[in-house]
Design a protein around this ligand. Structure first.
Ligand code: SF4
Length: 490
């Protein structure tokens, strides 16, 4: 007898969680011996790449005198062994026959961020709530046709995340989610700790192990909350995973950061991140923390010299608009949102159902808000979440649903059907003249699923067959499910 879907996906998620923790333990064992030759090798190549990416002056110096420069920066790497990383002329000469040294291979295997991302994606997709699981898969199908492949591949579509403060103290000019100034903080007092634990248990009850792919910041910096570590420890206790941390304040309290990194490694967290806002900050971080200490900490290099394009969302988008740059329908990156699920703010006990999109006038923060509400306690929250799931996550098209194609898709009629496309993807529905007519009716808009089924029934097509085809489109994420703008009454 086959197992119920819920159980098998939960088992898979549990296996993945064990795998993540084991992988971390293996790495941690090496990290706890800072003189371990592999640790030294991978951490110093990683540091070389950080400096190389962030600092054009370093690039110039390496090109002229590689050995001296590397010694000056205290890097324990042999420039010859890592030549493919820095010598473009050499790369051109060797073409596809790039020699990969043992140390480069070790570095790549040890610090494989994409592997961590894939594991988290697998855990996130294992929800035991079938309606949530199908809804999230439709969101992923939608974003696959809206985002560049590199962005789509790195999006976890995490099912849940928690803000533990109102706003953020850092105030980055480019903040993609326009975090407001830091306000109240969700302190770990008796009442809040109880609520927190109950909320985590509820998320586990609703989403299963998939909830472990969540994290505890959004338009907030984790270190603004003095009790962040305690919340993370509860998260780990209930959901089995120690949540990943990204902070732009690694220098605020180095002793605290060291303790947090140690705790997170001990609990099996594979990767954390520091946001680096300036070259000066990179210098200070490299001064404060050894390469070995940061082996499992990815540096997000946001300093201007790194020349990284900022996502066109939130404050960066506002700045672009002020400079007269209009939204590009297909930007390099139009969002920093990575949640398709529930976004909590624990201070005001609010929750939103969100999913990433390219920022626009309608969704300036780079995510669609499908629903939102507030709660007073876990019982209240359960009712709210169940209502959101029922309203927003049907498993199939409902008779009264208004059926339209997504507004960003280009509709084209074909001789035996129709196609819908964006710059990145084309969806074809064809090989049947009936589909051509169905496409036309949907394209004209304004009809419910029931209306459409009855139009075709008059021409001998069973309603069941029309619903079957509508459901195919629904699953592929081409039907419009965006909430309609609220009409403001005058
Ligand atoms: S980018 Fe992060 S650290 Fe910077 S203001 Fe936004 S939330 Fe705060």
């Amino acid at each position: 007898m086959s197992k119920p879907i819920q159980n098998s996906s939960a088992e898979l998620a549990n296996r993945l969680i064990t795998q993540v923790i084991q992988a971390c333990k293996n790495k941690t064992l090496k990290l706890e011996q800072p003189n371990n030759i592999e640790t030294v090798c991978v951490s110093h190549i990683k540091r070389f790449m950080e400096r190389w990416t962030a600092d054009p002056e370093f690039q110039n110096q390496v090109a002229v005198e590689p050995y001296k420069t590397i010694a000056r920066y205290g890097l324990k790497v042999d420039p010859e062994e890592i030549r493919p990383l820095w010598d473009l002329k050499f790369l051109k000469e060797v073409g596809e026959r790039v020699p990969i040294s043992a140390s480069l291979r070790q570095w790549h295997e040890f610090f494989d961020e994409s592997r961590v991302c894939e594991l988290m994606q697998s855990i996130a997709s294992s929800s035991s709530e079938p309606r949530f699981k199908a809804w999230r898969e439709r969101q992923i199908a939608r974003t696959r046709s809206q985002f560049k492949k590199w962005l789509q591949d790195t999006l976890v579509h995490a099912p849940v995340c928690f803000e533990l403060s109102k706003g953020c103290s850092v105030g980055c000019w480019f903040c993609g989610v326009s975090a407001p100034r830091l306000g109240d903080i969700f302190i770990y007092n008796q009442e809040n700790a109880k609520l927190w634990y109950e909320v985590l248990e509820l998320m586990k009850e609703i989403l299963g192990p998939a909830a472990g792919a969540g994290f505890c910041y959004w338009a907030s910096d984790p270190l603004d909350n003095p009790d962040y570590e305690r919340f993370c420890s509860d998260f780990h206790e209930v959901l089995g995973i120690f949540p990943q941390t990204t902070t732009a304040q690694p220098l605020k309290d180095p002793a605290r950061i060291r303790a947090l990194l140690k705790l997170s490694r001990k609990k099996g967290c594979l990767l954390n991140r520091f946001s680096i806002l300036s070259l000066k900050m990179l210098n200070q971080v490299h001064e404060e923390f050894s390469a070995e200490e940061l082996t499992l900490v990815s540096l997000a290099l946001q300093n201007k010299e790194a020349n990284k394009i900022k996502a066109n969302a939130g404050r960066a988008r506002e700045r672009n608009l002020n400079k007269g740059e209009e939204d590009n329908e297909f930007p390099e990156q139009g969002t920093i949102a990575c949640v398709s699920g529930f976004l909590f703010n624990m201070v005001d006990r609010s929750v939103k159902l969100i999913s990433p999109c390219n920022a626009s006038d309608r969704w300036p923060l780079g995510y669609i808000v499908y629903d939102e509400g507030t709660f007073s306690d876990a019982h209240d929250l359960k009712i709210l979440l169940e209502r959101m799931i029922t309203d927003n996550m049907p498993l199939t098209v409902r008779p009264n649903d208004l059926i339209n194609f997504r507004r960003d898709l280009k509709y084209e009629s074909l001789t035996d059907g129709f196609q819908l496309s964006t710059k990145f993807k084309t969806f074809k529905f064809r090989h049947e003249p009936y589909l051509k007519e169905l496409g036309e009716v949907i394209h004209k808009g304004g009809k419910t699923a029931e209306d459409i089924a009855s139009i075709f029934e008059k021409h001998g097509v069973s309603p069941a067959y029309t619903f079957h085809n509508l459901n195919l489109m629904f699953e592929r994420g081409v039907l419009d499910d965006e909430p309609k703008p609220k009409v403001v009454k005058s």
